[in-house]
Design a protein around this ligand. Structure first.
Ligand SMILES: [Zn+2]
Length: 393
């Protein structure tokens, strides 16, 4: 059947092509099951206690799986592309993973592993790309943070100096860099904000941040006058740019936020499809992936941040309503990763839970995590970089 015909037949066929039907009952149904037979929370499929603490059995399952996957990943790394230094699919991503494991376990060996991997990338900076996820800014920002944690202040400072040197190429007048998070100016800004957030606001000078913010705002103004294809989602589109500009560390002044950023967010908000997803670009009425990179799972982070910044209920209401689409269509055939996989979709529930403390979202996040524990058994497509940070499990 042609793709066009499928689209004419309606969204359901299209959805089946992209996602597995969600086999789990939603929270209300699971929580309302009769307790008369003294079923445990685990047997009821509730993977956390009434205070939100994850039940031991599930924690153990996750820990075992992490160990297992780390082994597989280390094996894969032996033959992985030595030149891919990115956080997205390369060595910086592996360094970030160990940094996160160090945060969770406080085990120093994880921090040293993180250092090993980031050192490798610092020797290999290519100077071509500049963003946190795809360019040199990623290894430099992660390097600064890892060295900082190891109290090697000299090396940490050296990374920050090099990171700031990239700025010249970004804010210069004839730069043809896009604004987006994955490949553009917002992706460089993200690196500065990451360092500020991890090491304290003084780590990167405020004027450097301001210069990039101003460049993005100016470029946004110019773009709004053009008739170019405009992406909506987190990776290439407006949601990722506005999300970054709303970060407290970006210190965008209130007037700019209210008069420039907010109307743009409201404009994007209204671009949704009826059932709740967002198009991948403003001119596209048919493409409807439910991914972090394109679709609600990325846009929802912009909505939550807008709620925190502007304190208007409509943003939170939107985020909660839109999350139903992720629950229904979020178990992706494309894989388990952050960018276009089930894990990235699970993150949106986790963020919603942190914001609202509503157990429904914790439940949904746990169920998506449970799905990911069965890694490799659903018949998903195998990505090009199967154990990388953004495409791997
Ligand atoms: Zn993606």
């Amino acid at each position: 059947m042609s793709r066009r015909l499928k689209l004419q037949l309606g969204g359901d066929t299209d959805m089946e092509e992209r996602a597995f039907p969600n086999p789990f009952p939603d929270y209300e149904a699971a929580a309302a099951r009769p307790r008369s037979r003294h079923l445990t929370r685990n047997e009821l499929g509730l993977l956390f206690h009434s205070d939100g603490k994850i039940i031991n059995n599930f924690t153990r399952r996750i820990q075992t799986k992490i160990k297992d996957l780390l082994q597989q990943m280390e094996e894969w790394l032996k033959t992985a592309d030595p030149h891919d230094c990115s956080a997205y699919t390369g060595w910086t991503g592996i360094s970030l993973l160990y940094l996160q494991l160090y945060r969770v376990t406080c085990d120093q060996t994880n921090l040293l592993r993180s250092l090993d991997y980031v050192k490798r990338t610092l020797r290999n900076l290519n100077g071509r790309r500049v963003t946190f996820l795809c360019g040199d800014a990623g290894p430099l920002a992660v390097g600064a943070v890892v060295y900082h944690k190891l109290k090697s202040d000299c090396e940490s400072q050296e990374c920050i100096t090099k990171l700031l040197q990239l700025q010249r190429a970004i804010v210069c007048r004839d730069s043809d860099l896009p604004d987006e998070l994955l490949q553009g100016q917002a992706g460089y800004l993200y690196a500065l904000l990451y360092v500020s957030t991890e090491m304290g606001l003084g780590a990167v000078c405020g004027s450097a941040v301001k210069e990039v913010v101003d460049a993005i705002i100016e470029s946004g103004k110019a773009l709004s006058r053009e008739e170019k294809k405009q992406y909506v989602g987190a990776a290439h589109g407006m949601a990722g740019i506005y999300y970054t500009l709303m970060q407290p560390a970006a210190k965008v002044d209130q007037e700019t936020l209210t008069e420039m950023v907010k109307p743009s967010i409201d404009y994007t908000r209204h671009k949704r499809f009826r059932p709740g997803n967002y198009p991948s670009s403003l001119s596209n009425e048919t493409d409807r992936p439910v991914h972090w990179c394109h679709g609600v799972p990325g846009v929802i982070h912009m909505l939550m941040q807008a709620y925190e910044v502007f304190k208007e209920e409509k943003y939170l209401k939107d985020a909660m309503e839109r999350s139903d689409v992720i629950w229904q269509q979020g178990l992706l055939r494309k894989g388990y990763g952050i960018c276009h996989g089930t894990a990235g979709n699970g993150y949106s529930f986790l963020s919603l839970y942190h914001l609202t403390r509503d157990k429904k979202y914790l439940y949904r996040a746990c169920k998506f995590a449970e799905w990911c524990l069965e890694y490799g058994t659903h018949g998903c497509r195998i990505p090009d970089r199967p154990y990388s940070l953004f495409e791997g499990p």
